[in-house]
Write a protein that binds this ligand. Structure first.
Ligand code: BGC
Length: 709
């Protein structure tokens, strides 16, 4: 039987109480405290069940129905690995880092690895697949997401989900939707037009869902146009379930539920996180049952909620292939993480070819706790790493120290270290060495937004070192973009993001040339705060849960689109990334292909080292304003290619019709206007471009997969 039929017949065999078991989730805290809940809310039998079967230390638990072979849902965070204080796991680089690989194979392999660890530790659901756009560069969770462009973000998040689910478990794309800042995240009301949403944040989710087919979607804490995300009829029922034909279930972010009937009727399928132990009565079966009895929630809705949850469990393999504890090959998994980092770190600057380091006799390594490890982001994605657990000022450093790894790669060089507390002392160490490498770190976390200015004395530290040694390299470990007031004064800059459990090794191998860098920026780095779409963060500094509003009047003009629109020159552009070799493009050709565009071109490695380049095809109508575009150009397609010196390859790519169109709310249509479209090929959004043109006829089609055009 198909997953649809199996889900339907399972629902038909269930009692109301069994269906209700599936729709209320217990957080770890709730599991501990469920014994305090009155017996008429949770029966003694169910309390005992929850306490004996939940995986301690994990994000959540939803009881199954053993009589029918329906498994419990054991839920673990998050996108870089299994998060459980009691279970060590392998941390990938941050999702923003792996997006910088511009190669969906990287998150796919990473997802397969972390999903295997989830399964082996008894979890059949990962709360992984962050796909919010980096609309707000200060968003404290940008590191959990996949960048500022809908095509890139959707492709990379979709690939991670596909990899995770290849283990026969469910992955959850999150946080749906427009949850683009952390300040006042539980009360923020976002105003944005349907047109802008469909062309930006929602397009990223649409692409990720098409590619990754997640079993579940997590609705977010915020409100969108006055409606809580988890009871937002437009987002849940109209867009997700009708237009995109999503068959799985919507789970709330932990505690993001504000009602019973309104939530259920507007499309929430699983009330996750807090069953029965808070002062929120809607997190409990009796209130739901009363709403069924009064008719406030139709019985058919409860059936549909259960059916969607069951569909995901059947379709993704969680019923047929129950999880069971298994040994984990941590060494092999660390290699997957290291490979992800080596594909993802971005060389932003390299004047005079100082890198790779060759034949240097002495190096001063400075700052960033580079003697201890590499920084990781905070919040629900912060994993307990395999090996040493290093916490410095409440922050996790993963046990892969760049200093140790550099010494391993360069056994003959004299490598000294200064913690960077005192810029003058660091500068004198730097002055005595051939080369200085300064590590700077910027901590970001769920729950609050970051600053783009480096914390503490780090800007002064870099400036002092650069003054003392003309050969200064800066390695940046950050959640997202940071300002670099010293960028012009240093020779080389490597953006390492949060590089994961083998990050130190990846950094050392790139600096020394064992690995040729091939990451490109998935976000723009602003030059200064005047370039931001919103000078001040809405709600910043207000007490928690203060009603806050933000209007995203930049609409879909996010990241490089905003910079192009405003003619701002960022510090480093979206798509930028250097290599130790050079590449050349030629013979760009473009043809209409149905309602899409097909492009082909040749790429050659014209340097002396093997390397990988990221070909980026941007597209624009001849008059973008008249065509109603949000910005002068959009990324239409991309591909990463590995080339030996002198080697040439032909590449063919298709530009999705939605990237040529605007969304029209009246009629719920995508509409590509007739006219000439210009294709621009290069390896950065601001670089040299090959161009070609193609004419397209006027074409409009339904944005709904279930409604005929
Ligand atoms: C976060 C989610 C996470 C959940 C469970 C929430 O606070 O926003 O991303 O999956 O907690 O830990």
């Amino acid at each position: 039987m198909s997953p649809d039929d199996r889900a339907r017949s399972a629902v038909a065999a269930m009692t109301v109480d069994e269906k209700l078991r599936l729709i209320f989730g217990y957080s770890d805290q709730a599991v501990t405290e469920v014994s305090k809940v009155p017996d008429e809310v949770v029966s003694p039998e169910l309390k005992a069940y929850v306490q004996s079967r939940a995986v301690k230390g994990s994000a959540g638990f939803v009881p199954g129905v053993p009589r029918l072979g329906i498994p419990d849902q054991t839920q673990t965070d998050a996108s870089i690995g299994v998060r459980n204080s009691l279970i060590p796991s392998t941390a990938l680089p941050s999702s923003l880092a792996t997006a910088a690989s511009f190669d969906p194979e990287v998150p796919r392999a990473g997802g397969a690895m972390i999903g295997a660890e989830a399964r082996a530790t008894g979890h059949n659901t990962m709360l992984a697949g962050g796909a919010n756009l980096a609309r707000e560069p200060r968003n404290g969770r940008n590191f959990e997401y996949t960048g500022e462009d809908p095509l890139l973000a959707g492709t990379m998040a979709g690939a991670l989900i596909e990899g995770i689910q290849s283990n026969g478990i469910i992955s959850t794309i999150k946080h749906y939707a427009v949850n683009d800042q952390e300040s006042e995240r539980t009360t923020l009301d976002v105003t944005i037009s349907a047109e802008a949403m469909r062309q930006s944040d929602l397009l990223a989710f649409e692409i990720a869902i098409e590619r990754g087919s997640p079993g579940s979607v997590m609705c977010s804490y915020n409100l969108i146009n006055g409606r809580w995300s988890c009871e937002n009829d437009y987002l849940l029922n109209t867009v997700l379930k009708r237009d995109w034909g999503f068959k799985g279930f919507v789970m709330s972010d932990w505690g993001a539920v504000h009602s019973t009937a309104a939530a259920a009727n507007n499309g929430l399928d699983q009330f996750t996180g807090f069953c029965c132990v808070t002062d929120k009565p809607w997190f409990a079966p009796p209130q739901f049952k009363a709403a069924l009895q009064s008719g406030a929630i139709p019985q058919s809705r409860l059936d549909n909620m259960a059916e969607r949850i069951l569909w995901a469990l059947f379709a993704k393999g969680a019923v047929d292939n129950p999880t069971k504890p298994a040994p984990i090959d941590y060494a092999a998994h660390a290699t997957v993480s290291q490979n992800a980092a080596e594909e993802s770190l971005v060389m932003l600057k390299n004047d005079g070819g100082l890198l790779p380091l060759r034949g240097v006799k002495s190096i001063a390594v400075i700052g960033g706790n580079a003697d201890k490890g590499v920084l990781a982001g905070g919040g629900s994605s912060d994993v307990t790493p395999v090996g040493e657990v290093i916490r410095i000022n409440d922050r996790t450093f993963l046990p892969s120290a760049p200093l140790v790894e550099l010494k391993r790669e360069l056994p003959r060089a004299r490598i000294s270290f200064d913690a960077g507390m005192n810029p003058a002392a660091a500068a004198s160490l730097a002055a005595a060495a051939d080369v200085a490498i300064v590590f700077v770190t910027q901590y970001d976390s769920e729950g609050y937004d970051g600053s783009l200015e480096l914390e503490g004395n780090q800007d002064a530290l870099v400036a002092a070192v650069a003054k003392a040694n003309p050969k200064t390299i800066v390695v940046v470990e950050s959640g997202g973009a940071v300002f670099m007031p010293w960028a012009a004064r240093v020779t080389s800059i490597l953006e390492a993001f949060y590089p994961g459990i083998r990050g130190g090794s990846a950094i050392a191998r790139i600096l020394t040339g064992k690995v040729n860098p091939s990451g490109h920026l998935p976000i723009s780095f602003p030059a200064s705060s005047d370039q931001l779409a919103h000078p001040a963060l809405a709600g910043l500094g207000l007490p928690g849960d203060a009603p806050t509003e933000v209007t995203y009047d930049e609409g879909a003009a996010i990241g490089y689109k905003w910079y192009d629109l405003k003619q701002f020159r960022p510090l480093f552009s979206f798509g930028h990334g250097l290599s130790y070799t050079r590449f050349a493009f030629s013979k760009l050709a473009a043809d209409q292909d149905g309602n899409a565009i097909r492009v082909s071109f040749w790429i050659q490695n014209v340097g002396r080292r093997r390397g990988k380049d990221v070909a980026q095809v941007y597209v624009a109508p001849s008059d973008w304003k008249k065509s109603g575009w949000e910005a002068p150009k959009r990324l239409g397609a991309f591909a990463k290619t590995d080339l030996k010196p002198g080697e040439t390859k032909r590449i063919e790519l298709t530009i999705d019709a939605r990237l040529l169109a605007t969304y029209e709310a009246a009629g719920n249509k995508w509409h590509a206007k007739a006219g000439t479209y210009r294709l621009m090929l290069g390896d950065a959004s601001d670089g040299q471009m090959q161009t070609a043109e193609v004419s397209l006829p006027d074409y409009a089609w339904s944005a709904s997969k279930v409604i005929e055009p």
